[in-house]
Write a protein that binds this ligand. Structure first.
Ligand code: ADP
Length: 472
């Protein structure tokens, strides 16, 4: 079995450390190990990133851009290996893993270009004897903490803009999916990105996280994961007043208006809900369908869900892989059982299969007080509920502590724009079940997070603004 190392200051680190086993959720087999690092390794990584910062941030934007491009090319050349690695450690179907790798690499190429466009400003001064310059500088050493559901994209979406801006990074990938991260960092070194600029530490999450939170040299923390851990990190970052970006939980409402194109809406909901077996923070968690088309919409959804194929993501034709672990399966079952106990009807699916698999499920007669309508299910379950008026749909959709993504399906343009503007969500898919893309700002309102990733907005998160007042 392969024992993967951490990478600190360009060197492989694993000797003398205990290990964490990485398990394939489709087969329950241990596929590799990674070192179980802690505070010591976390600090070593910060020292390396801190040391590398001066040189890296002083390189020209053009040099950083071409090194990022080289990294992009190497990822592209290795895309099949990376995709298979991802499927084996995370479980998603191979076609989805390939899709994620291309999406993930899209952040590297986009930010390789954008590195050259971090413009400053000159503002007219009040007196003719003064000049006001606005200069943009990298924020400094950045801690990157990522989840298991997108093992590559959550890293490139943060590391791409960080490197473009001139920051250096220390990464802690999720314990379930560290191999994709380690391979990405190995390619980074191969691309010629200097030692110490990108470091990856695996192991004890809270020991590593605490060490980074306490360290004054870490000036920025960017995190994707649960709202619970996000709040903990936000509190911890206060002591050293770090800049923070948080991509936390979501509970995406999906509004299906009676004037929608039903086939388009069904396609959209299937894509938004069942991708990654329902394990994304922008998954369509609750579907509100207007009364007059409810039966027709549900019937088409049921037909499509019956076509989904559950199995090992490496097998041809599989569209739903396993859930990540036993706790995830239990949570999904709990949400289904709770809904049924409060009067919901299972139209298809509803139970776990052998191993960590769960049947793609549709629930109808769903009420707003059910767990699945309030908490993230993070599994392949679609609760469908009926509404009467547009106002009611908007009010129910906004009744959540979360505000990440929402979806609306209508062929009436004015209505679509009107509803989109009233939704208290950072991302709205209007007749679009897959809005994520590297050049657009991704992020949430309310308890779904702080800051944006992707596009120019995502770069600003890694930049400090310096005002230089010049007296002539
Ligand atoms: P999920 O529910 O998706 O697993 P988590 O928020 O638990 O979300 O995990 C997201 C990332 O945060 C993972 O890399 C995990 O190891 C890390 N993490 C969990 N707890 C802590 C902590 N106390 N400090 C720092 N990182 C943590």
């Amino acid at each position: 079995m392969k024992a993967y190392p951490m990478i600190i200051d360009g060197k492989e680190v694993k000797d003398g450390l205990p290990v964490i086993e990485v398990v394939n959720p489709a087969t329950n087999e241990t596929i590799a190990t990674v070192p179980k690092g802690g505070a010591k390794e976390a600090e070593m990584a910060v020292s390396a990133a801190h040391q590398a910062f001066e040189e890296w941030s002083n390189r020209s934007a053009y040099e950083r851009s071409s090194l990022l491009k080289r990294w992009f090319e190497l990822i592209d050349e290795n895309i099949e290996d990376l995709s298979r690695t991802m499927t084996v450690e995370q479980g998603k179907p191979l076609s989805e893993a390939r899709g994620e790798m291309n999406y993930a690499n899209g952040f590297i190429s986009w930010y390789a270009e954008e590195a050259k466009r971090i413009y400053g400003e000159m503002i007219p001064a009040t007196q003719t004897t003064k000049r006001i310059f606005v200069h943009k500088q990298p924020v400094g050493v950045t801690a990157v903490i990522t989840p298991w559901n997108f093992p590559a994209a959550m890293i490139t979406r943060k590391v791409g803009p960080a490197l473009a801006a001139g920051c250096t990074v220390v990464i802690k990938p999720a314990e379930q999916t560290p191999i994709t991260a380690i391979k990405l960092v190995q390619l980074c070194l191969q691309a010629g990105i200097p030692e110490g600029v990108v470091n990856v530490v695996t192991g004890d999450a809270s020991a590593i996280g605490d060490a980074w939170l306490k360290d004054e040299r870490v000036r920025k923390l960017t995190f994707t994961g649960s709202t619970e851990v996000g709040k903990l990190l936000m509190r911890g970052a206060a002591d050293t007043v770090k800049k923070i970006s948080l991509e936390l939980g979501g509970h995406a409402p999906t509004i299906i208006m009676d004037d929608c194109d039903i086939d388009k809406a069904v396609d959209g909901v299937i894509a938004a809900k069942f991708r990654n077996a329902g394990q994304t923070c922008v998954c369509a968690n609750r579907v509100y369908v207007q009364e007059s088309i409810a039966d027709q919409f549900s019937a088409k959804m049921i037909e499509r869900v019956k076509e989904l194929r559950v199995g090992n993501g490496l097998d041809e034709g599989v569209t739903i892989g396993p859930l990540i672990d036993e706790a995830a399966v239990n949570k999904v079952q709990q949400h289904v059982d709770d809904a049924v106990s409060k009067g919901a009807t299972i139209k298809v699916g509803g139970k776990r299969k052998e191993g960590l698999f769960f049947e793609p499920t549709i629930l109808t007669n769903v009420q707003d007080n059910m767990l699945c309508m309030r908490e993230e299910t993070f599994g392949p379950v679609t609760p469908i509920t009926v509404f009467t008026t547009e106002e009611e749909a908007i009010q129910r959709a906004n009744d959540s502590i979360y505000g990440l993504a929402a979806y609306v399906f209508t062929e009436n343009l004015s209505r679509g724009i009107r509803i989109s503007e009233k939704l208290e969500y950072g991302i709205v898919g209007l007749n679009d079940g897959l809005p994520s893309t590297p050049q657009a700002p991704f992020g949430g309102f309310k308890q779904s997070g702080l800051g944006r990733e992707g596009g120019y907005y995502g770069l600003e998160e890694f930049i400090e603004v310096k005002y230089i007042s010049v007296g002539l």
